[in-house]
Design a protein around this ligand. Sequence first.
Ligand SMILES: [Zn+2]
Length: 192
Amino acid sequence: MPEIKRLLDNNIKWADETMARDPEFFDTLSQQQSPIYLWIGCSDSRVPANQIVDLLPGDIFVHRNVANLVVHTDFNCLSVLQYAVDVLKVKHVIVCGHYGCGGIDAALTNEPLGLIDNWLGHIKDIAAFHDDELGGLVGEAKAARLCELNVLTQADNVSKSSIVKDALARGQDLKVHSWIYSLRNGKIKDLA
Ligand SMILES: [Zn+2]
C-alpha cells in the first residue's frame, strides 16, 4: 500500500520540519486551540481551508460537507457552529463555496446519484427559488451563479441560526462572510 505509506512518511517529515522551525509549536498547540475563524466549506479536495488562506494548524476551525450547506436540521454542522461560537468564541464565520462545484452541477441535472440526491435537494430548492434569474442563464454561467446563490443562502442560514442570533443579542463580536473560491486561479471573491 505505497499510497498510504506515503502519507505516514509525509507526516513524519512535516512534523520534523515543523519542530525544526518552531520547537514550541506542538507544545503550545496541544495546550489549547483558540482560532478566531470558523470555515464552512465544500468537501472538494481542491478547496482545503487552511492551505488556500495560508493558515497554520490551530488557526481555523473547519466544517466541510458536499456543497458547503448549512441546513437548519443538520446537527453535525450546527454542533460545529455552536462550539465555535459559544465555546471558542470565533469572530468570523466564513461560508466558502467554489465555482465548478460538483454538488452544484449534480443538483442542476436530474440524474439519480443515490443517497446524496436527498442532500442535493437543498440546492435544487435554491435553484427553484431563483428560477427567474437562473432561467436566463445556461451552462457554466448558470452553474457559477448557482454556486454564488448557494453561498449567499448558506451564509444567510448561518445568520438566521439561533446560535448566531443569540450570540449577537448578547453583544458577541461575530461576523458572517460569504466567499467563493475559483479553482482556476486560486483566488477568493467576497460576495458581500
Ligand atoms: Zn464543491
